[in-house]
Design a protein around this ligand. Structure first.
Ligand code: SAM
Length: 666
């Protein structure tokens, strides 16, 4: 065959060649910059893992002696992370180790090869090699620059060198294998380069029948486009007896959920955008993906599932590590990650595949509206106390950057701040109740784990009220004919009544059959009360709805209904009309609430739960319905105010606008 020169073809001009050269250079620089930013994500992870090691390991190791630390060899400047980040990273590491342990326990192969794809500075190999009885060979894969730094850190530690039996300097790197001993290899490979990856796998002799290969991708392939990440996964499915553990982000409620928006923005802002999560936003989509890539057995759950599976003993130990009051943030975080196990063997790692969702009657649309006010910064508080009062909305305390002790009055569209003559303590998670024409402020907390007994009346006249009989925080309060009734958020009797039938008013603790609940939802109307959700002492979320009434100094309560959509932590409930109530916001242990069920209607007569669908337009900028408050006025207008969350390490959101909810029943 002869190829004829195209006579019409023009030789490119010097100018056009220069333009092409400049473009190639520019693309190279762009790729280099992007690779550096992606490698930078390891810095945050590793410091967080070190923080967990310092705090959690001594408590969980169960030994009197100081447990062996591994992360200290790769993190020279440790930092203490926030309680939610510590707990989140602990759970992430636990989920991988548990999955791995289950695979290893079931393996009948002579050797288990663990290949950590995008390993960063993780010290998993050293921990496994030193503590596991199985015959293990570990391989860390990451970008060459990062692996080269990791090798320097390993070589700088006699303990780590000893674990991997590194005696002499390694040979010149071959196909990216930059360090190899008889139980460990460190491999520099940009996994976007599939041929190099394939070569490496051949070189490492992974295709043997007598081994079990476990590939781990812990938030690493997430930074690669699916067209590059998928062939890597496919390649790993070709080995005999192969397992794949994938931990990466999810968007269970779509990308417009306030937590999801914050997470996506965070990674884009750092120039390391998440590349797979939009294509595979749910557990179902991820399972379909992995099945299509050659693994015939796939099982997956969200990371929070691992929390629910923990024994009471472990949960108790974790609770003792540090005071913790970030449940909403922790739950939302863990529901944004999938842990998936895929294999071409028959090994099953996770026990249950319980369907977490509960059926509902139908869905109704609800109209919501965001209202901009003058002085928006004054309502950007989380866990403030709130009450509608004389036609205005009153907001007190809560957390902005620091805890506040001021009161904000919202008249129409204008917020004004009031400071008190006799300064109040700076608290959050208090209750504010309109009782007999006075605003009663009760309980609350300063630092996590430090609830108070303080009580004030903060109407026109500021007046000290008798202290609570025991501290309460994240409790509920309602005004009843028999006095101000507090519920939950303490260690003793669930109810306490400020009985003001005879003056001076005094607090009485009331024994009842109600369990003590933290962050439950409560309302009271025409002599009938309703309590739902909240956390039981066991650490599970209450799924029972209770009705109650007050008789003298007694509260008579009874369970009336159960529904998973009402099993919420930190939600609010308001009475609409007749038998109808609306539950707003909070978090669930069963699922991340979404556009279709963050608001639900409950009918106490027919015992029906109807999800209220938020329109697509309203959902785009929907506020974070945690740490917020809801009031209903005489015209049945529901207003949500304040609220927000620290979305793990991704940044904070707070709600600068009021949200009004208009429902047909109103
Ligand atoms: C968030 S860190 C996680 C590190 C480690 N898996 C952990 O959980 O501690 C992501 C890691 O994936 C690595 N990574 C991402 N894309 C990669 C690629 N194309 N090739 C090699 N490594 C990659 C990064 O360099 C980084 O070390």
């Amino acid at each position: 065959m002869t190829i004829q020169a195209n006579e019409g073809a023009q030789v490119p001009s010097e100018k056009s060649l220069n333009r092409q050269r400049r473009k190639i250079e520019k693309d190279k620089r762009k790729k280099l910059y992007s690779d550096i930013m992606i490698q930078g994500t390891n810095d945050y992870s590793i410091v967080s893992k070190r923080s967990v090691e310092m705090l959690y390991k001594p408590v969980l190791s169960g030994s009197e002696d100081k447990p062996t630390e591994y992360f200290k060899h790769v993190v020279k400047k440790p930092q203490r992370r926030s309680p939610a980040i510590n707990r989140g990273y602990w759970l992430r590491m636990h989920s991988i180790k548990e999955s791995l342990r289950s695979i290893m326990n079931q393996s009948t192969s002579e050797t288990v090869i663990i290949i950590n794809l995008g390993a960063g500075y993780d010290v998993l190999p050293f921990e496994l090699l030193e503590n596991e009885k199985t015959n293990i060979f570990c391989i860390d894969v990451d970008y060459p620059d990062l692996i080269s730094k990791k090798i320097s850190l390993i070589r700088g530690s006699s303990e780590l060198r000893h674990i991997i039996n590194e005696k002499s300097e390694s040979p010149i790197p071959k196909h990216g294998i930059m360090l190899k001993t008889d139980n460990y290899a460190a491999v520099g490979c940009d996994m976007n380069d599939l041929p190099l990856f394939e070569q490496l796998m051949t070189e490492l002799n992974l295709g043997r029948d007598d081994v079990c290969s476990v590939f781990i991708a812990e938030v690493s392939l997430a930074y690669m486009k699916p067209n590059c990440a998928n062939p890597i996964i496919q390649e790993t499915s070709k080995f005999p007896n192969s397992h794949f553990l994938l931990l990466e982000q999810l968007l269970p409620a779509g990308e417009r959920h306030p937590f999801s928006r914050t997470m996506l923005y965070h990674f884009s802002r750092l120039d390391s955008p998440l590349q797979c999560v939009q294509t595979y936003p749910t557990i179902e989509k991820q399972c379909e993906r992995i099945t299509s890539l050659g693994f015939n057995n796939v099982e997956a759950r969200d990371l929070f599932h691992f929390w629910k599976d923990l024994s009471a003993d472990i949960k108790g130990k974790i609770a003792s590590v540090e005071a913790f009051d970030e449940w909403e943030e922790f739950v939302m975080y863990a529901q944004h990650y999938i842990v998936l196990h895929a294999t071409n063997s028959n090994v099953q790692v996770y026990q249950d595949t319980e369907d977490e969702k509960e059926g509902t009657e139908s869905t109704e649309f609800v109209e919501t509206k965001l209202i901009t006010i003058e002085g928006p910064e004054l309502i950007q508080r989380k866990f403030a106390a709130c009450q509608s009062f004389e036609g205005d909305i009153v907001l007190h305390g809560g957390l902005d950057i620091t805890r506040s002790n001021t009161t904000v009055v919202i008249k129409g569209n204008c917020a004004t701040e009031i400071t008190h003559n006799d300064p109040l303590s700076k608290l959050m998670c208090q209750s504010l109740t309109n009782h007999n024409g006075k605003l009663h402020l009760s309980g609350g907390r300063s630092a996590p784990g430090k609830p108070t007994t303080e009580c004030w009346s903060i109407g026109k006249l500021q007046e000290k009220l008798p202290d609570l009989l025991e501290p309460r925080s994240r409790h509920c309060a309602v005004s009843t004919e028999n006095g101000l009734l507090l519920f939950g958020g303490c260690n003793g009797d669930a109810f306490s009544l400020l009985s003001d039938v005879n003056l001076p008013a005094t607090w009485k603790n009331i024994s009842s059959s109600m369990p003590n609940l933290e962050a439950a939802a409560m309302c009271y109307h025409d002599g009938l009360g309703l309590i739902a959700g909240g956390m039981l002492k066991s650490g599970t979320i209450n799924g029972t709805v209770y009705s109650f009434y007050v008789q003298g100094d007694t509260v008579i309560s009874k369970p009336i209904f159960q529904h998973k959509l009402l099993a919420r932590y930190g939600s609010k409930v308001v009475h609409l009309k007749g038998p109808e109530y609306i539950f707003i916001g909070g978090v669930s242990f069963h699922q991340l609430f979404n556009q279709e069920n963050w608001l639900v209607k409950f009918n106490i007569d027919t015992k029906t739960v109807i999800p209220l669908k938020i329109s697509d337009d309203d959902w785009k900028n929907f506020p974070m319905l945690v740490g917020f408050n809801a009031t209903i006025d005489e015209t049945s207008k529901i207003t949500c105010i304040g609220g927000g969350a620290v979305c793990f390490a991704f940044g904070s959101v707070s709600n600068p606008q009021l949200l009004t909810i208009v429902h047909s029943s109103t």
